[in-house]
Ligand binder design. Structure first.
Ligand code: SF4
Length: 346
Protein backbone atom coordinates (compact mmCIF):
# COMPACT_ATOMS: atom_id res chain seq x y z
CA UNK A 1 0.00 0.00 0.00
CA UNK A 2 1.45 3.38 -0.90
CA UNK A 3 1.50 5.90 1.92
CA UNK A 4 -0.50 9.11 2.07
CA UNK A 5 0.83 11.55 4.65
CA UNK A 6 -1.09 14.30 6.43
CA UNK A 7 -0.35 16.94 9.02
CA UNK A 8 -3.60 16.98 10.98
CA UNK A 9 -6.66 14.73 11.25
CA UNK A 10 -8.37 14.20 7.88
CA UNK A 11 -11.05 11.64 6.99
CA UNK A 12 -8.89 8.56 7.29
CA UNK A 13 -11.76 6.43 5.94
CA UNK A 14 -11.23 7.93 2.46
CA UNK A 15 -7.52 7.06 2.39
CA UNK A 16 -8.15 3.50 3.54
CA UNK A 17 -11.04 3.06 1.07
CA UNK A 18 -8.63 4.09 -1.71
CA UNK A 19 -6.33 1.22 -0.71
CA UNK A 20 -3.66 3.61 0.62
CA UNK A 21 -1.84 3.65 3.94
CA UNK A 22 -2.66 6.76 6.04
CA UNK A 23 0.34 8.23 7.85
CA UNK A 24 0.07 11.01 10.38
CA UNK A 25 3.38 12.80 9.88
CA UNK A 26 3.35 14.13 13.45
CA UNK A 27 3.23 10.58 14.83
CA UNK A 28 5.82 9.43 12.31
CA UNK A 29 8.19 12.21 13.39
CA UNK A 30 7.80 11.76 17.14
CA UNK A 31 7.99 7.95 16.81
CA UNK A 32 11.46 8.08 15.19
CA UNK A 33 14.31 6.63 17.27
CA UNK A 34 16.06 9.98 17.48
CA UNK A 35 13.56 12.74 16.66
CA UNK A 36 16.12 15.42 17.57
CA UNK A 37 18.20 14.30 14.58
CA UNK A 38 15.16 14.82 12.34
CA UNK A 39 14.99 18.44 13.52
CA UNK A 40 18.70 18.88 12.79
CA UNK A 41 18.11 17.56 9.27
CA UNK A 42 15.41 20.20 8.73
CA UNK A 43 17.71 22.93 10.01
CA UNK A 44 20.47 21.75 7.69
CA UNK A 45 17.93 22.05 4.85
CA UNK A 46 17.38 25.69 5.76
CA UNK A 47 14.61 25.83 8.40
CA UNK A 48 15.27 28.57 10.96
CA UNK A 49 15.85 27.34 14.52
CA UNK A 50 12.95 29.54 15.61
CA UNK A 51 10.34 27.49 13.77
CA UNK A 52 7.87 25.13 15.44
CA UNK A 53 9.54 21.74 15.89
CA UNK A 54 6.48 19.88 14.59
CA UNK A 55 6.76 21.76 11.28
CA UNK A 56 10.46 20.99 10.97
CA UNK A 57 9.88 17.39 12.01
CA UNK A 58 7.07 16.85 9.50
CA UNK A 59 9.12 18.29 6.65
CA UNK A 60 12.24 16.25 7.32
CA UNK A 61 10.50 12.98 8.21
CA UNK A 62 8.34 13.04 5.06
CA UNK A 63 11.54 13.14 3.00
CA UNK A 64 13.41 10.66 5.17
CA UNK A 65 10.57 8.10 4.89
CA UNK A 66 9.98 8.66 1.15
CA UNK A 67 6.35 9.84 1.43
CA UNK A 68 5.25 10.90 -2.05
CA UNK A 69 1.66 12.11 -1.49
CA UNK A 70 0.49 14.48 1.23
CA UNK A 71 -2.95 15.84 2.06
CA UNK A 72 -2.59 19.52 2.84
CA UNK A 73 -5.20 21.04 5.15
CA UNK A 74 -5.16 24.69 4.17
CA UNK A 75 -7.93 25.81 6.52
CA UNK A 76 -8.42 24.28 9.96
CA UNK A 77 -4.85 23.31 10.74
CA UNK A 78 -1.80 25.45 11.20
CA UNK A 79 -0.84 28.91 10.01
CA UNK A 80 2.45 27.43 8.76
CA UNK A 81 0.79 24.71 6.68
CA UNK A 82 0.50 26.59 3.42
CA UNK A 83 4.22 27.35 3.11
CA UNK A 84 5.11 23.92 4.46
CA UNK A 85 3.09 22.35 1.64
CA UNK A 86 4.74 24.60 -0.92
CA UNK A 87 8.12 23.46 0.37
CA UNK A 88 7.07 19.82 0.15
CA UNK A 89 5.75 20.41 -3.37
CA UNK A 90 9.10 21.92 -4.27
CA UNK A 91 10.72 18.75 -2.95
CA UNK A 92 8.67 16.78 -5.52
CA UNK A 93 5.70 15.56 -3.49
CA UNK A 94 2.13 15.43 -4.71
CA UNK A 95 0.00 17.76 -2.56
CA UNK A 96 -3.76 17.15 -2.29
CA UNK A 97 -5.65 20.11 -0.85
CA UNK A 98 -8.32 19.67 1.83
CA UNK A 99 -10.13 22.30 3.84
CA UNK A 100 -12.45 22.31 6.86
CA UNK A 101 -15.06 25.07 6.27
CA UNK A 102 -14.71 27.73 8.97
CA UNK A 103 -18.50 27.96 9.40
CA UNK A 104 -18.93 24.15 9.61
CA UNK A 105 -21.10 24.15 6.49
CA UNK A 106 -21.84 20.46 5.90
CA UNK A 107 -22.39 20.98 2.16
CA UNK A 108 -18.91 22.42 1.72
CA UNK A 109 -17.35 19.76 3.93
CA UNK A 110 -19.04 17.07 1.84
CA UNK A 111 -17.63 18.67 -1.34
CA UNK A 112 -14.15 18.67 0.18
CA UNK A 113 -14.42 14.99 1.04
CA UNK A 114 -15.77 14.14 -2.41
CA UNK A 115 -12.89 16.01 -4.01
CA UNK A 116 -10.45 13.72 -2.22
CA UNK A 117 -12.49 10.65 -3.22
CA UNK A 118 -12.43 11.78 -6.86
CA UNK A 119 -8.63 11.79 -6.77
CA UNK A 120 -8.74 8.03 -6.24
CA UNK A 121 -11.92 7.30 -8.20
CA UNK A 122 -13.89 6.07 -5.22
CA UNK A 123 -17.34 7.00 -3.89
CA UNK A 124 -19.41 6.97 -0.72
CA UNK A 125 -20.16 3.28 -1.01
CA UNK A 126 -16.51 2.27 -0.54
CA UNK A 127 -15.89 4.94 2.10
CA UNK A 128 -18.92 3.94 4.17
CA UNK A 129 -17.78 0.31 4.16
CA UNK A 130 -14.50 1.43 5.78
CA UNK A 131 -16.39 3.68 8.20
CA UNK A 132 -18.45 0.69 9.37
CA UNK A 133 -15.33 -1.47 9.66
CA UNK A 134 -13.59 1.14 11.83
CA UNK A 135 -16.57 1.75 14.12
CA UNK A 136 -15.90 -1.14 16.53
CA UNK A 137 -12.30 0.07 16.93
CA UNK A 138 -13.45 3.65 17.53
CA UNK A 139 -15.91 2.39 20.18
CA UNK A 140 -13.12 0.52 21.94
CA UNK A 141 -10.95 3.66 21.96
CA UNK A 142 -13.84 5.56 23.51
CA UNK A 143 -14.15 2.75 26.05
CA UNK A 144 -10.48 3.25 27.02
CA UNK A 145 -11.19 6.95 27.44
CA UNK A 146 -14.23 6.25 29.60
CA UNK A 147 -12.31 3.75 31.74
CA UNK A 148 -9.76 6.52 32.32
CA UNK A 149 -12.07 8.96 34.04
CA UNK A 150 -15.06 6.91 35.15
CA UNK A 151 -13.45 3.70 36.45
CA UNK A 152 -9.96 5.23 36.98
CA UNK A 153 -8.25 2.22 35.45
CA UNK A 154 -6.14 3.87 32.75
CA UNK A 155 -3.02 5.95 33.31
CA UNK A 156 -2.65 9.29 31.58
CA UNK A 157 0.04 8.14 29.15
CA UNK A 158 -2.01 5.27 27.74
CA UNK A 159 -5.07 7.47 27.41
CA UNK A 160 -2.97 9.93 25.38
CA UNK A 161 -1.23 7.22 23.35
CA UNK A 162 -4.28 5.27 22.20
CA UNK A 163 -6.26 8.38 21.30
CA UNK A 164 -3.42 10.12 19.47
CA UNK A 165 -2.78 7.01 17.38
CA UNK A 166 -6.36 7.05 16.10
CA UNK A 167 -5.52 9.81 13.56
CA UNK A 168 -3.96 7.23 11.23
CA UNK A 169 -5.07 4.04 13.00
CA UNK A 170 -1.53 3.45 14.25
CA UNK A 171 0.37 4.03 11.05
CA UNK A 172 -2.36 2.73 8.76
CA UNK A 173 -2.80 -0.66 10.39
CA UNK A 174 -6.33 -0.71 11.86
CA UNK A 175 -6.34 -4.52 12.25
CA UNK A 176 -3.09 -4.57 14.23
CA UNK A 177 -4.19 -1.52 16.19
CA UNK A 178 -7.48 -3.14 17.16
CA UNK A 179 -5.66 -6.26 18.39
CA UNK A 180 -3.44 -4.09 20.56
CA UNK A 181 -6.48 -2.22 21.90
CA UNK A 182 -8.20 -5.56 22.67
CA UNK A 183 -5.13 -6.75 24.55
CA UNK A 184 -4.99 -3.55 26.56
CA UNK A 185 -8.69 -3.69 27.42
CA UNK A 186 -8.28 -7.32 28.55
CA UNK A 187 -5.44 -6.30 30.89
CA UNK A 188 -7.65 -3.66 32.46
CA UNK A 189 -10.04 -6.33 33.75
CA UNK A 190 -7.59 -7.07 36.55
CA UNK A 191 -6.27 -3.52 36.99
CA UNK A 192 -6.42 -1.74 40.34
CA UNK A 193 -8.11 1.66 40.14
CA UNK A 194 -5.97 4.76 40.56
CA UNK A 195 -6.67 6.82 43.65
CA UNK A 196 -4.93 10.02 42.76
CA UNK A 197 -5.39 13.11 44.88
CA UNK A 198 -5.53 15.52 41.95
CA UNK A 199 -7.41 15.06 38.66
CA UNK A 200 -6.06 17.05 35.75
CA UNK A 201 -7.15 17.84 32.22
CA UNK A 202 -4.76 18.52 29.34
CA UNK A 203 -5.64 20.99 26.59
CA UNK A 204 -3.75 22.11 23.52
CA UNK A 205 -1.70 20.24 20.96
CA UNK A 206 -0.12 16.92 22.05
CA UNK A 207 3.13 17.32 24.01
CA UNK A 208 6.48 17.01 22.29
CA UNK A 209 8.15 15.93 25.55
CA UNK A 210 8.64 12.53 27.04
CA UNK A 211 7.72 11.77 30.61
CA UNK A 212 4.98 14.28 31.41
CA UNK A 213 2.41 11.72 32.57
CA UNK A 214 4.80 9.60 34.62
CA UNK A 215 6.15 12.68 36.32
CA UNK A 216 2.69 13.87 37.36
CA UNK A 217 1.57 10.44 38.52
CA UNK A 218 4.69 10.05 40.67
CA UNK A 219 3.41 12.76 42.94
CA UNK A 220 -0.27 12.00 43.00
CA UNK A 221 -1.82 13.74 39.96
CA UNK A 222 -3.32 12.00 36.92
CA UNK A 223 -4.44 13.43 33.60
CA UNK A 224 -7.95 12.08 33.02
CA UNK A 225 -8.74 14.10 29.90
CA UNK A 226 -6.79 14.97 26.77
CA UNK A 227 -8.82 17.45 24.79
CA UNK A 228 -7.32 17.28 21.29
CA UNK A 229 -6.32 13.62 21.42
CA UNK A 230 -9.92 12.71 22.35
CA UNK A 231 -11.18 14.75 19.41
CA UNK A 232 -8.80 12.88 17.09
CA UNK A 233 -10.71 9.70 17.94
CA UNK A 234 -13.98 11.27 16.72
CA UNK A 235 -16.04 11.09 19.91
CA UNK A 236 -19.28 11.86 18.00
CA UNK A 237 -19.76 8.56 16.24
CA UNK A 238 -23.43 8.31 17.17
CA UNK A 239 -24.20 9.84 13.77
CA UNK A 240 -24.12 7.38 10.88
CA UNK A 241 -23.14 10.19 8.52
CA UNK A 242 -19.38 10.57 8.10
CA UNK A 243 -19.71 14.23 7.06
CA UNK A 244 -21.57 14.96 10.30
CA UNK A 245 -18.89 13.21 12.34
CA UNK A 246 -16.15 15.40 10.87
CA UNK A 247 -18.41 18.44 11.32
CA UNK A 248 -18.68 17.70 15.05
CA UNK A 249 -14.90 17.25 15.40
CA UNK A 250 -13.98 20.47 17.22
CA UNK A 251 -10.28 21.07 16.61
CA UNK A 252 -10.24 22.65 13.11
CA UNK A 253 -13.22 24.98 13.50
CA UNK A 254 -12.22 27.75 15.84
CA UNK A 255 -12.12 28.15 19.56
CA UNK A 256 -15.74 28.39 20.78
CA UNK A 257 -16.70 24.80 20.00
CA UNK A 258 -13.52 23.73 21.77
CA UNK A 259 -14.35 25.85 24.81
CA UNK A 260 -17.82 24.27 25.11
CA UNK A 261 -16.37 20.78 24.72
CA UNK A 262 -13.71 21.40 27.38
CA UNK A 263 -16.28 22.90 29.79
CA UNK A 264 -18.49 19.82 29.48
CA UNK A 265 -15.60 17.45 30.07
CA UNK A 266 -14.30 19.41 33.08
CA UNK A 267 -17.67 19.01 34.76
CA UNK A 268 -18.20 15.38 33.76
CA UNK A 269 -14.70 14.20 34.71
CA UNK A 270 -14.44 16.27 37.94
CA UNK A 271 -11.27 17.97 36.79
CA UNK A 272 -9.61 20.25 39.34
CA UNK A 273 -7.17 22.03 37.04
CA UNK A 274 -5.89 22.15 33.48
CA UNK A 275 -2.48 21.95 31.92
CA UNK A 276 -2.44 24.02 28.76
CA UNK A 277 0.45 22.86 26.62
CA UNK A 278 1.68 25.33 24.04
CA UNK A 279 4.37 24.75 21.46
CA UNK A 280 7.22 27.22 21.07
CA UNK A 281 6.73 29.46 18.01
CA UNK A 282 3.09 28.35 17.56
CA UNK A 283 0.35 30.86 16.74
CA UNK A 284 -2.00 28.89 19.03
CA UNK A 285 -0.23 30.31 22.10
CA UNK A 286 -2.70 33.22 21.94
CA UNK A 287 -5.56 30.81 22.64
CA UNK A 288 -4.32 30.78 26.23
CA UNK A 289 -5.92 34.20 26.79
CA UNK A 290 -9.33 32.86 25.80
CA UNK A 291 -9.04 29.66 27.82
CA UNK A 292 -8.07 31.64 30.93
CA UNK A 293 -11.11 33.88 30.58
CA UNK A 294 -13.62 31.16 29.74
CA UNK A 295 -12.82 27.91 31.49
CA UNK A 296 -13.23 28.74 35.20
CA UNK A 297 -10.65 26.32 36.64
CA UNK A 298 -6.97 26.93 37.46
CA UNK A 299 -4.75 26.62 34.38
CA UNK A 300 -1.02 26.06 34.20
CA UNK A 301 0.43 26.98 30.81
CA UNK A 302 3.60 25.12 29.89
CA UNK A 303 5.67 25.54 26.76
CA UNK A 304 7.57 22.79 24.99
CA UNK A 305 10.05 23.19 22.17
CA UNK A 306 12.02 20.03 21.37
CA UNK A 307 11.45 16.27 21.79
CA UNK A 308 13.39 15.87 25.02
CA UNK A 309 12.61 14.87 28.61
CA UNK A 310 10.88 17.35 30.89
CA UNK A 311 13.21 20.15 31.98
CA UNK A 312 13.72 21.06 35.63
CA UNK A 313 11.88 24.38 35.42
CA UNK A 314 8.75 22.73 34.01
CA UNK A 315 8.95 19.98 36.62
CA UNK A 316 9.06 22.57 39.41
CA UNK A 317 6.09 24.45 37.96
CA UNK A 318 4.07 21.24 37.59
CA UNK A 319 4.81 20.28 41.16
CA UNK A 320 3.81 23.71 42.48
CA UNK A 321 0.56 23.57 40.47
CA UNK A 322 -0.37 20.14 41.79
CA UNK A 323 0.39 21.31 45.34
CA UNK A 324 -1.88 24.31 44.81
CA UNK A 325 -4.73 22.08 43.62
CA UNK A 326 -4.15 19.62 46.45
CA UNK A 327 -4.33 22.52 48.94
CA UNK A 328 -7.58 23.79 47.41
CA UNK A 329 -9.08 20.32 47.59
CA UNK A 330 -8.03 19.88 51.24
CA UNK A 331 -9.53 23.22 52.25
CA UNK A 332 -12.81 22.43 50.43
CA UNK A 333 -12.99 19.06 52.19
CA UNK A 334 -12.26 20.69 55.57
CA UNK A 335 -14.86 23.37 54.94
CA UNK A 336 -17.58 20.85 54.16
CA UNK A 337 -16.59 18.71 57.18
CA UNK A 338 -17.00 21.74 59.48
CA UNK A 339 -20.32 22.86 58.09
CA UNK A 340 -23.25 22.44 60.51
CA UNK A 341 -26.28 20.49 59.23
CA UNK A 342 -28.09 23.84 58.96
CA UNK A 343 -25.32 25.32 56.81
CA UNK A 344 -25.20 22.20 54.65
CA UNK A 345 -28.88 22.33 53.89
CA UNK A 346 -28.74 25.94 52.73
S1 SF4 B 1 2.24 23.29 17.15
FE1 SF4 B 1 1.29 25.10 16.25
S2 SF4 B 1 2.77 25.91 14.77
FE2 SF4 B 1 3.37 23.81 15.29
S3 SF4 B 1 2.41 22.53 13.73
FE3 SF4 B 1 0.99 22.57 15.45
S4 SF4 B 1 -0.41 24.28 15.03
FE4 SF4 B 1 1.39 24.52 13.69
Amino acid sequence: MSAVGFTTTVPVEIILAAGKRPVDLNNLFIGQNRPLEVLEEAERLGFPTQTCSWIKGIYAVAQREGIRTIIAVDWGDCSNSRVLMELLELAGMEILPFSYPADRDSRILRQQMERLMARWNIGWEEVNVVKDELDPLRRKLHRIDELTWRANLVDGYHNHLFLVQSTDMRGGDPVGFEKEVDGYLAQLESAIPFQEEVRLGYIGVPPIWEGLHDYLEAFGARIVYHEVQRQFSLPSISSADLVERYRCYTYPYGIWGRVRDIQEEIAKREIQGLIHYVQAFCFRQLEDIIFRQCLGVPILTVEGDKPICLDMRTKTRLEAFVELLRGRKDSTTLLSAHQSPKETSQ
